[in-house]
Design a protein around this ligand. Structure first.
Ligand SMILES: [Zn+2]
Length: 242
């Protein structure tokens, strides 16, 4: 059983978007896990085997309790019946209470389709008669937290990850084949430019400024949040001028 499951397309998407939050949740004693949907075989750089080793190293840095891969074809992920069934089975087996995933409308079609598929499968996993032949029990539908990455969306909340920022960046650098390497002769990608990792940090720095801290990671949820003490929530540090 996993408390928080991060479901992303490729073996570095988690680190790019929710790495600090996963570390923070782990520090609170929650069980954290990663479920990659593909092995990233369409990537311009790196091999499937090499990327799996990098992902394993990054998982150790992030102290994940579990890192699994669904093995669907990179670049060809759709919310079709077979794919949904696979994901529902994973949800029923791992029983996450919270699922983090891509944002809807992301420019990468796999990301976009997975964001939608995660929404559908968290619901399907809660239906008693869906895929009942496996004998897997239905689960309570986990809430879905979408990261904010490539599209302008107002976050529902921003997590202060200041304390975990450096370790998150270490986890990212574990995916060495994907990022800046002055000695590499492999083709350049959107991620391999010298500036890219600085951009990741700057993005986190920006979201941190929205809540008056150094580094933050943004999320949105579609559901209304059940708040116990609005005073406690609304008097936490935030930047009222942003
Ligand atoms: Zn990706």
């Amino acid at each position: 059983m996993i408390d928080i499951l991060a479901v992303f397309a490729h073996p570095d998407d988690l680190e790019l978007s929710v790495g600090g939050t996963m570390l923070k949740l782990k520090s609170f004693g929650h069980k954290t896990g990663a479920l990659e949907i593909t092995r990233g075989e369409m990537g311009t750089r790196g091999t499937v085997e090499g990327r799996a080793i990098e992902a394993e190293a990054a998982a150790k840095i992030l102290m994940l309790d579990l890192r699994e891969n669904l093995g669907l074809p990179d670049g060809h992920v759709f919310a079709d019946d077979d794919s949904r069934r696979e994901l529902v089975r994973a949800f029923r087996r791992l029983k996450p209470k919270v699922v983090f995933t891509h944002q809807t409308g992301d420019s990468h079609p796999d990301h976009e389709h997975i964001a939608q598929m995660v929404r559908e499968c968290t619901r399907l996993a809660a239906m008693k008669n869906y895929d009942f032949e496996t004998g897997e029990e239905k689960i309570a539908p986990p809430i879905v937290g979408h990261t904010v990455f490539s599209r302008l969306v107002s976050p529902t909340f921003v997590v202060d990850v200041t304390e975990f920022h450096q370790r998150k960046m270490d986890a990212l650098r574990a995916h060495a084949s994907q990022f800046f390497d002055p000695n590499s002769t492999a083709p350049e990608t959107m991620l391999t430019g010298k500036r890219f990792l600085d951009d990741v940090a700057s993005r986190s720095r920006y979201f941190g400024t929205l809540i008056g801290v150094e580094y933050g990671e943004p999320f949105y949820v579609r559901e209304a949040l059940n708040v116990d003490d609005p005073f406690a929530l609304l008097t936490r540090p935030m930047n009222l001028y942003s």
